[in-house]
Design a binder for this molecule. Structure first.
Ligand code: AMP
Length: 215
């Protein structure tokens, strides 16, 4: 059996990662994927870029999405436009063989009209920087009522860049019953406090940069 299949991923996702040349799961993927596929357990991943963390949360999210329901079910917040585009790009590659799961990157410094148009078509996964998220939410373009999965990526950078008030506000407008995932390269006290505030009985996994697939 393929090692990704053994973690519980479906055939379409296994095919997508095989196309990308992934031979075996990285450490964070091995530990996170089976837990996140439950759709209910909260998760903290202490992992830097390069560890394969995007696939660790992205692959289970894609499998959990109900494509027939054309509204946002997963929200990923991240600190920068670059990271937002990188995550979106990765998720699009992972959905190569999964029909009918749509993603949209929402970030500042780009045409808001284009993002509005794409959101109106109906998307399942939104990858957003906090400022542009709020602009679109206030316009009524992003509906959060059906969000079931919430991810904070690079939580330490989010906090360093002063995004926490906006993230806390986002947490107030997504349904209470949801699966939360927090990824961070480091775990200073303020990130620990954030994780205690919004994660419930999370599974915590720490991986060292040496275990990166990219290396
Ligand atoms: P990330 O930590 O998510 O930024 O991923 C770092 C890089 O590793 C990206 O270019 C991924 O495409 C690649 N990658 C992720 N998982 C694997 C894997 N299991 N095998 C090989 N490469 C991978």
């Amino acid at each position: 059996m393929n090692a990704f299949e053994a973690l519980g991923l479906n055939e379409q996702l296994v095919k997508a990662v095989t196309d990308l040349g992934f031979e075996k799961p990285s450490e964070i993927q091995e530990k996170a994927i089976p837990v996140l596929l439950s759709g209910t357990t909260d998760f903290i991943g202490l992992a830097q870029t390069g560890t394969g963390k995007t696939a660790a949360f992205g692959l289970p999210l894609i499998q959990l999405i109900d494509g027939a329901q054309r509204h946002p079910q997963a929200l990923i917040v991240c600190p920068t436009r670059e990271l937002c585009l990188q995550i979106t790009n990765d998720l699009e590659k992972f959905t190569k063989h999964t029909k009918g799961v749509y993603t949209e990157a929402v970030y500042g410094g780009a045409s808001i009209m284009m993002q509005i148009r794409n959101l109106k078509r109906g998307v399942h996964i939104i990858i957003a920087t906090p400022g542009r998220f709020w602009d679109l939410y206030k316009k009524g373009t992003i509906i959060t009522k059906q969000i079931k999965y919430f991810v904070i990526d690079e939580a330490d950078r989010m906090m360093d860049m002063g995004f926490m008030p906006q993230v806390n506000q986002i947490l107030e407008i997504v349904p209470r019953k949801r699966q939360n995932m927090l990824f961070s390269a480091t775990m200073p006290d303020h990130v620990k406090k954030l994780s205690e505030d919004f994660l419930e009985f999370p599974m915590e996994v720490e991986v060292t940069p040496q275990s990166t697939p990219a290396e």
